[in-house]
Design a protein around this ligand. Sequence first.
Ligand code: FAD
Length: 319
Amino acid sequence: MSVLVYTESDQGTLKKGALEVASYAKAVADKLGTSVTAVAINANNTSELAKYGVDKVLNISNDALKAFDAKIYANVIKQAAEKESSQVVVLSSSADSKYIAPLLAVSLNAGYASNVIEAPSSTSPFTVKRNAFTNKAFEVSQINTEIKIIGVSSNAFGLVETSGNASAEDFSPSITASDVKVQSVDKVTDKVTIADADIVVSGGRGLKGPENWGMIEELANVLGGATACSKPVSDLGWRPHSEHVGQTGKPVASNLYIAIGISGAIQHLAGVNASKVKLVINTDPEAPFFKAADYGVVGDAFTVVPELIEKLKAFKANQ
Ligand code: FAD
């Protein structure tokens, strides 16, 4: 009857999102008076999960699962849910988990609520609050099926540390062949991705050309963040499409989003609404982005950004 949580890893290392969904699963388990079981696929070390409320880890180690395949992963998680008789399965809102969740819902005959931002306000009926309309509204939903699948919105619940130990168990589900077999995945970059980054430094057309991206990369490096851009910037070929943020690009749910030379068109804002703190640097005080910003600097990026980098470097050197 334990709450099952799928804890994603990247090349063997647990993702930060895995700790957040574990924290969420713990909150659900407390409300239901039960425990939390995590299912981890090809993760090297899952001991950290105990700190976030996991009581048991089902470790699956199988070369056939090295390349992500939504159908196969969904089937593996289904077997874990059946083994644990889980009535609630928790996943993140990563692209992979968003592929898995509907497949899992169909196979378990479960109801699925995505973009959930809070622990359930009630477990009978099971009631959750979700982001809706690209984070411009909230929706309260009831899941009335026996098994419930929850997709937790990134950075919405946060990490909640607790004390406790987790037992570990090797789990060997049967692996079914998929109709389309993923043979290998070549990553575009080893850098932290926009989806996983705590800090995202994003540039727009106000930066005039690709030759000026050095300062964007340097600021991201100093902050340990990822770089991103507006749609026209990737359309112009100044930056790769993998960095394009917005309605037609990637969503960002970082703790800090720094928008430099980006006007703040509604299609761009749709992709950054879920970020906690937004800092905008723009020469135009009337730029729409300022209305959505937590902090704003009216100024020329070519003056402000290098100064910001220097100040941050000095601050770090004195720490
Ligand atoms: P601009 O609108 O040209 O703004 C540049 C900004 O830089 C201005 O505010 C200017 O004041 C400022 N600036 C200029 N010089 C400086 C300087 N030296 N220092 C600081 N600031 C300076 N856009 C997206 O980003 N993502 C999407 O997913 C997306 N999807 C779309 C989908 C559809 C169907 C449509 C129609 C459009 C979409 N767009 C999307 C495009 C969107 O409408 C805007 O055109 C785009 O976001 C503008 O990009 P920008 O802010 O970089 O450029």
